[in-house]
Write a protein that binds this ligand. Structure first.
Ligand code: I3S
Length: 128
């Protein structure tokens, strides 16, 4: 008999290189400063690393060496960023702590994939 168990990866897991800029911190506007990170969507967190090497799990640090972690509980992601950046293919991520990040990738399908996965992760967090 064939097994009915699905072996697909969780729909909200995703990783890759993105450009990021934190534009609001605790409700206060910040000078925009784009830089590249290796980013990993991991359960209820979006984890930023300097590069892919830093994301390798090690003894005593199963999540590698993150630069910083953005909790997704109560966050909002969307693609209305025309007033926030002249770049194409940018999405915005607002956290419940009043921080706001821009995420950018040269490739449109890639950034739309990030948006879709972030929305699934955010909405799957049981906002009851
Ligand atoms: O929102 P802004 O100020 O037009 O964002 C631009 C600046 O961050 C700029 O840096 P300087 O202020 O040091 O020139 C960056 O080089 C640009 O990339 C920023 O605009 P975009 O449209 O790329 O987000």
């Amino acid at each position: 008999k064939r097994s009915t168990q699905l072996s697909a990866a969780p729909v909200d897991s995703l990783d890759g290189t993105l450009n990021k800029a934190k534009i609001i911190e605790g409700g206060k506007a910040k000078k925009k400063n784009w830089s590249q990170s290796y980013v990993k969507l991991s359960g209820t967190n979006l984890v930023f690393y300097k590069n892919q090497m830093a994301a390798k799990s090690q003894q005593n640090s199963p999540h590698g060496r993150p630069e910083f972690i953005v909790p997704l509980i109560g966050a909002h992601a969307d693609k209305h960023t025309k007033d926030k950046s002249s770049r194409k293919n940018v999405i915005t991520l607002k956290t419940s702590q009043g921080d706001e990040y821009l995420l950018h990738h040269d490739d449109e399908p890639t950034i739309l994939k990030w948006l879709a996965h972030l929305e699934v992760a955010i909405n799957g967090l049981g906002t009851v």
